[in-house]
Design a protein around this ligand. Sequence first.
Ligand code: BDP
Length: 332
Amino acid sequence: MRLGHCRFPWVVLALSLGLAGAAFAQAAPGAGPIRLRLAELHPDDHPTTMADYEFARLVSERSGGRIKIAVFSGSVLGQEISVLEQLQFGAIDIARVSLTAVASYVPPLVALEMPYLYKDEAHMWRVLRGDVGRELLASVKSAGFVGLCFFEAGARSFYNSRRPVRSPADLAGLRVRVQESQLMADIVAAFGARPLPLAFGETYSALETGRVDGAENNLPTYLTSLHYRLAGYYTLTRHSRIPEMLVGSQRSLAVLSASDLALVAKAAEDVVEFQRAAWRQYEKDSAETVAKSGISFIEPTSPGAWKALAAKVYESQPKDIRAIVARIKAVQ
Ligand code: BDP
């Protein structure tokens, strides 16, 4: 379990709601399909949630209806850190979460979310599908998870309610919500803003009450979270590409036979292309929807200045992270 972040009440709540994991569902062998629960933070119209449903459909189809995955979208099973804790207990079976959340349990993953790390999306996918990505996906075992696959999450950019931000100097002093992660706080601080780590679900009200001036995220999430209605200055800094992850609970998936586990893992692998296509389409659509609401996207004036500040974050990383970063950069 992750130290200092015990959200035990969620586990109690999940159990009392009858949301116990597959281990419980399996108590009576032969008593109907194996039922697994998948936690998703986003609402149903988000492209990543669409991929969760497609994954569930594939698993059901390929198992002839023996394995049923129910998708619990819209954070009903809790925020990501708590969801991962429930995964460790086996109270949730599968979760789609940001790599940032998993990195707080498996620190080497931080290497995959460094600022301005990848040349572009294609480079990121070569890394994720190559040795580095495969090794890191498997390494989540150390925290009691089963690494199933990575998903696309585009590039994250800053948005705020105060003023158009073009250069890091414009961002200076703004209070910016970040994911609950030291790295994300360090990145935002390196750009001169004041980071406030908060669970995603608390961000809307923090923007509304002025507790934060802004946040950073990709376009689909900027739209589906409705943050665009509260923070209308969106600057295309594209400072991080942070993949999503589909992870299972080692504890509850242990009830699957080796061939059923392989079936689930293969379905996860196969749904990646569906998710990437859904993402691409939705990213375009969300840019149009947001623009129609009167928001104009701001291009940063000197991309080099942002990158130069981000370099500081690399220097402060431990040796093992820097070694993985070097391997990532060497991927052609
Ligand atoms: C979104 C991710 C979601 C994260 C959220 C955040 O899809 O998993 O929790 O960002 O900023 O892009 O917390």
